[in-house]
Design a protein around this ligand. Structure first.
Ligand code: GAL
Length: 953
């Protein structure tokens, strides 16, 4: 045994490692013992890979003065920075690109853990030490013996260690290097977080125990029969009591079964028994195939309503516990999602167990991305360099072998954004050869050379429509393949906009088999001063700021409006209709509607006046029925009215309680009567003041001062909004970077010129011109005030002047109220809604508070607008709109919101600032993807809109 000569060549070696056992299925044994080595470990972090010799691995080494950290964990997220800090980059390598070399400055964490074997640990048999995830390269010693080193951060590695164990005082030493040759293969858009971040487990391996096995469980949708064959390295028997199956391994057996699908995830409990071990099986029968140019499961084409999921926890990084994983799955199911792409690496295996159990289609993606090579036109890309191919094949095998027994996994993905090359082809060939029962995905190869589907990310609506129509050209092979959008709807900040429009296309063209929103969760890191930190907050020399906060849920897993929008857009049942009939359509691929109960209700001016249950037949997937609604109440007072129809879970399910709403629709009945104010009062000029009905104005400027007892300040036309991440766009996007254009043209610094205050017989008219310095275009804005003595009506007329080079962010008025807290409104709610994100906004009566109206996007930006508002009450005022308007209220100005970098920068001012918008520019997904669709753009055009104000007595 020799110490003190640390050879660190392995760190920069392109090979996957040495000493580990061949990859195999990941499973929990029923009877073989295991010992979790998770817990408190000793840690010492050195600045370079060889700063310390390896004497720490020597038995008897005293680490008493080392720090203690939690394993699983990332050392940069523990110790308040004492062990280094996280780094966020999107695709740029945070070190010089000189493969396979890594910097001398290579934070290296020496980990030590001492453990005893439990008293009942068998003395016979072997033992395996398993690491489920270590970033990025580790060398391992047990009781002083060097047992090997490995790379492949999010993949398991096992070592045979039985011969090295003692009953007590075992010393496990693990040296973890932040950077290694493997880092070149792990350039995913996420935080770089070194550490032993998944479980470390010691597994007893009795003589005759199970080694590796492959459950092949297919389903014939014509006969309704399942076929099972469990191939096992060690012979044994397989039983499935519910199916009366008891056969030898390797033997094929057929039985009538219920198939597995994401909608009805039927699992059969079984057992694999070898001479030395019993292993529980959870078998899902399903057949995945490419047929008629479509991805089919059990004979039916699947429509993916998916999301890209990175593993994330705001305190623990990628060290997720089971409850957090379950929370993700439950949230997905409760929001109608049916699919997950495990971007961009295999997740903790327990997550896949949950997908099997609750029902989610999974694209399991290999731990591979070499995106940074794009900066050098992909020169030296490891995936096109044979020296790296063994590492790529090792990664493919570790994923496939670990996860092959999960029915939820229907597609293997080679990795993400790694260009193209021979190494990828080798991976695809190996995977196809090893597992013919699933399809292969990879987005980076637009010719689909190695894949079973054509996949793209962020393609525009227009382009995917062409693909749907099979007018996209491409290679002969590609033309025959189905299409998925493996990433779309970039959920960064406010948005994504336009996903309903995508869904329409997915539903219209068979070839378009859906997509996966980017992404599930904001990777914000809990921070004492900033709330949540993002890129740059740890002083990184290279970083991509809040591009890492682009999820459908906030870091604390509260749904953002984007998730609620997506839930509505992908709901399993649709309701359309008019004239007292509702057309109900089952939009699922496998299940009939028998799991749902249906309800109708009838609202007058947003208040429910009648409701009942709606008999809907248990329609087959894809089927529709016209269902008669009850007669509306005879007298409903002439108010605006509508039906709301809802689909609810009829009984408790594994993922949602009875009564949980899965889908809804609103059908208008009687139209709204617009507010009218007879101009019976006239303006009266007094000492510096003009009064009109309940209001007073500044006689010189025409500025509104009070409405009854309510003080109103700064009321004027407003076109600016705190730019959203989607307004900002990304540097590689052209044509959609509105924020830059808006600032160039001065929309954030509009000047208001007073042209005249006219006191007429029945109206006070204030004429203005609103325009930015340096430019000749502008808006003529005329405010016309009238009153019937009690109510005050403002009609704003806007006329563009000159050539407007850009759309407007918003068009409406803003004003300040001295105080406001509670807010009530009748219109769209309960959450925010913008022109292209308001599918989930439903018309009703809602209540909140000014604070409650804010959406806490991690980088502050425009948020919180309530759409289609008929009237609102706040701060002692009632406002009615003609037509409906968008309502926003906040305790800071738009300018303050715009300037803030973190939520903690927002400090409430005395005034509550209210925006009543006639129109808003859409949201789009320009932060990574197409901008605002033409129909949601707000162009400077003549417009007129009114608000009727009254004081609430
Ligand atoms: C994609 C990439 C993702 C993420 C996303 C933008 O290009 O695959 O990892 O970077 O863009 O957030």
């Amino acid at each position: 045994m020799s110490f003190r000569t640390t050879a660190i060549d392995y760190v920069e070696d392109v090979s996957p490692g040495s000493g580990a056992l061949p990859p195999r299925a990941w499973y929990a044994s029923s009877d073989a013992k295991s010992l979790s080595l998770n817990g408190s470990w000793r840690l010492r972090v050195a600045p370079t890979a060889d700063a310390e010799d390896d004497s720490f691995a020597e038995p008897g080494f005293d680490a008493g003065d080392w720090a203690e950290v939690a394993v699983p964990g990332h050392w940069v997220l523990q110790g308040d920075g004492a062990f280094g800090l996280p780094i966020y980059t999107n695709h740029l390598y945070p070190f010089p690109v000189d493969p396979p070399h890594v910097p001398t400055e290579n934070p290296t964490g020496d980990h030590l853990h001492t453990f005893d074997l439990p008293e009942d640990w068998p003395s016979e048999g072997g033992c395996v030490l398993r690491f489920d995830g270590v970033e990025s390269c580790a060398r391992v010693w047990l009781n002083g013996t060097d047992i090997g080193e490995f790379k492949g951060s999010r993949l398991p590695h096992e070592f045979a260690v039985g011969h090295l164990l003692k009953p007590s005082g075992n010393m496990l030493a693990v040296r973890v290097h932040q950077w290694s040759a493997g880092s070149y293969l792990e350039d995913q858009d996420q935080w770089w977080l070194p550490g032993i971040f998944r479980d470390v487990t010691l597994l007893h391996r009795p003589a005759g125990s199970v080694l590796d096995f492959f459950v092949n469980a297919s389903y014939d949708h014509i006969t309704g029969e399942g076929t099972l064959r469990v191939d096992s390295d060690v012979d044994g028997r397989v039983s499935v009591p519910a199916l009366d199956i008891d056969v030898a391994t390797g033997e094929t057996v057929t039985a009538a079964v219920q198939p597995w699908s994401a909608e009805v995830p039927k699992l059969y409990d079984g057992e694999l028994v070898t001479e030395g071990e019993r292993v529980p099986l959870r078998i899902g029968f399903r057949t995945v195939e490419l047929a008629d140019g479509l991805i089919k499961v059990n004979g039916r084409a699947v429509l993916f309503k998916g999301v890209n999921r990175h593993e994330w926890h705001p305190e623990k990084g990628r060290a997720l516990d089971l409850e957090t994983m379950r929370e993700d799955v439950l949230l997905m199911k409760r929001h109608n999602l049916n699919a997950v792409r495990t971007s961009h690496y295999p997740p903790h295996p327990a997550f896949l167990d949950l997908c099997d159990e609750y029902g989610l289609w999974v694209i399991d993606e290999c731990d591979l991305e070499t995106h940074g090579f794009t900066e050098q036109a992909w020169r030296d890309n490891p995936v096109d360099d044979d020296r790296w191919t063994p590492a790529l094949l090792d990664r493919a095998a570790r994923m496939v072998e670990r996860d092959k027994n999960h029915p939820s996994v229907v597609i293997w993905s080679l990795g993400n954004e790694a260009g193209t090359g021979r190494g990828l082809t080798a991976m695809a060939e190996w995977i196809h050869g090893r597992d013919a029962s699933r399809l292969v995905h990879y987005e980076g190869d637009w010719n689909s050379r190695d894949t079973d589907m054509y996949s793209r990310m962020y393609a525009s609506h227009a382009e995917i429509e062409q693909i749907g129509q099979e007018l996209d050209g491409g290679t002969h092979k590609r033309r025959e393949l189905p299409f998925i959008l493996c990433e779309y709807g970039h959920a960064m900040g406010n948005g994504p906009g336009g996903i309903a429009d995508y869904q329409e296309l997915f539903e219209k063209y068979d070839r378009l088999q859906g997509g996966f929103i980017w992404e599930w969760i904001d990777h914000g890191i809990t921070h004492p001063e900033l709330g949540y930190a993002y890129g740059g907050d740890f002083g990184e020399e290279l970083h991509d700021a809040n591009f890492v906060c682009d999820g459908l849920i906030f870091p604390d897993r509260r749904p953002s409006p984007g998730l609620l929008e997506f839930k509505k857009v992908i709901e399993p049942v649709s309701f359309e209709g008019s004239d007292g009939t509702v057309r109900v359509t089952n939009k699922q691929d496998f299940a009939d509607l028998s799991a749902f109960a249906f309800e109708w209700s009838y609202q007058v001016d947003g208040e429910t006046v009648e409701s009942g249950s709606l008999p809907v037949p248990a329609l087959a997937p894809g089927a529709s029925a016209d269902v008669k609604l009850p007669e509306p109440p005879a007298d409903h007072g002439g108010g605006e009215s509508q039906w709301t129809v809802r689909a609810l879970l009829a009984a408790d399910t594994a993922w949602g309680p009875r009564g949980h709403e899965v889908a809804w629709g609103q059908l208008p009945d009687m139209a709204r009567v617009l507010p009218s104010v007879a101009a019976t009062d006239g303006p009266v000029t007094g000492d510096g003041v003009i009064t009109l009905g309940p209001a007073s104005f500044d006689a010189r400027t025409g500025a509104l001062r009070t409405i009854g007892g309510v003080e109103v300040s700064g009321l004027r036309l407003d076109v600016w909004r705190a730019t959203t991440d989607n307004d900002e766009g990304a540097e590689w996007q052209t044509g959609t970077r509105y924020a830059e254009l808006w600032r160039k043209y001065g929309l954030h610094r509009m000047r208001h010129r007073l042209d005249g205050v006219e006191v007429g017989d029945d109206a006070l008219t204030v004429r203005t011109r609103v325009a930015p310095a340096a430019w000749e275009f502008g808006l003529a804005a005329v405010y016309r005030w009238t009153s019937d003595g009690n109510r005050l009506k403002l009609t704003v007329s806007v006329g563009p002047e000159g050539e407007w080079p850009v759309p407007l962010p918003r068009l409406g008025v803003r004003f300040g109220l001295a105080q406001a807290d509670g807010v009530k409104w009748y219109g769209g709610g309960p959450g925010e809604g913008y022109p292209d994100t308001k599918s989930a906004s439903r018309v009703g009566r809602w209540e909140s508070t000014v604070d409650g109206l804010q959406t806490p996007y991690l980088r502050p930006q425009e948020n919180g607008a309530r759409a289609d508002v008929r009237w609102a009450e706040l701060g002692g005022l009632r406002v009615e709109g003609d037509p409906e308007f968008y309502l926003t209220a906040r305790r800071w100005t738009t300018e303050q919101l715009d300037a803030a970098a973190h939520l903690t920068d927002l400090k409430a001012v005395e005034t509550v600032w209210v925006n009543l918008d006639h129109a808003l520019h859409g949201i789009g997904t320009g932060s990574c993807g197409p901008g605002v669709l033409p129909q949601y753009q707000l162009h400077a055009e003549p417009a007129e809109f009114s608000f009727v104000f009254s004081e609430i007595s």
